[in-house]
Ligand binder design. Structure first.
Ligand code: DO4
Ligand code: MG
Length: 275
């Protein structure tokens, strides 16, 4: 089952058919406690059938915090070690990849996230920018994973590479976080081997293509969630991006007008345009 959010309300795709569902469902899922998800999912009432989806929004509450994990794939570690070598920051990426404690950072409020079809951005003071395709976990207030979506952790490599302490500026700015198109519902709804594919088009020509899969993710989902919830409460639940395993080479930077498509097997395709 996939749950879509749009300016017209919530829609559920079930067995290939789209239905309207009650408008508080998303809030009930994110704000639920431990052990409550099963009952909510089995009690979903299907309302009117729908034929299409328009004006999509990110599948998250405005009040929900979106966090991200870093250096959870070997490719992310090596790309970041290269870009920060000159500043002497490379050692930190190596250490965090092996450490017990993962790198977690705040990315966005739900209200600032961009949905499927929306505009992502590059910072005006950045010279090297990339999309980061990331499986994103939907977690309830009780700390349980109840769904998955596709995330784009759009990042400035020039700012992060200059000094790792600039990470919040490299990661958090207008149009830096995209989520969607829907929430795949259920903790076990995703394949442990799901592929993650990134395609970037410029003037409708493919200019970058890369792929990884979840077997390359070094951390378990629950391990990341446990660290996130260890000393924080999330009354509105949380979203947690799980890190990128696809990083374009040093000769690539995003440009205005680019179309970015991220496909995660079984979850969906998130498409955004660079403003
Ligand atoms: O260490 C910086 C951020 C890493 C990141 O965003 C990723 O690995 O996806
Ligand atoms: Mg990332």
């Amino acid at each position: 089952m996939k749950l879509f959010r749009s300016v017209h309300g919530l829609s559920l795709e079930k067995d290939g058919q789209l239905y309207q569902v009650e408008q508080h469902l998303l809030s009930r899922l994110f704000r639920s406690g431990r052990g409550e998800i099963g009952e909510i999912l089995s009690g979903i009432e299907l309302l009117e059938k729908q034929s299409d989806l328009r004006d999509q929004l990110p599948p998250v509450l405005d009040e929900t915090e979106i966090w991200a994990s870093g250096v959870t794939y070997l490719r992310s570690k090596s790309a970041r070690m290269e870009e920060s070598e000159k500043a002497g920051g490379d050692i930190f990426y190596d250490l965090v990849y092996e450490a017990q404690r993962p790198e977690l950072f705040f990315k966005s409020m739900g209200s600032r996230a961009v949905g499927h079809g929306g505009h992502i951005r590059v910072r005006e003071d950045s010279s090297w920018d990339v999309p980061e395709p990331e499986l994103t976990l939907a977690i309830n207030a009780g700390g349980e994973i109840f769904g998955f979506t596709v995330g784009n952790d759009v990042s400035s490599r020039s700012i992060e590479g200059e000094n790792p302490l600039y990470l919040p500026q490299a990661k958090v700015y207008r149009g830096s976080c995209a989520l969607g198109p829907s929430l795949l519902l259920g903790r076990d709804a995703i394949s442990q081997r799901a592929s993650i594919e990134l395609k970037i088009f410029r003037n409708d020509q493919l200019v970058f293509e890369g792929e990884t899969d979840l077997t390359q993710l070094k951390r378990r989902f629950e391990e990341l969630v446990e660290f996130l919830y260890r000393e924080l409460d999330f009354a509105h639940g949380a979203m947690l991006m799980t890190g990128t395993g696809v990083v374009p080479g040093s000769d690539f930077t995003l440009s205005s007008g680019d179309r970015v498509e991220i496909t995660i097997e079984g979850v969906g395709t998130l498409t955004n345009h660079v403003a």
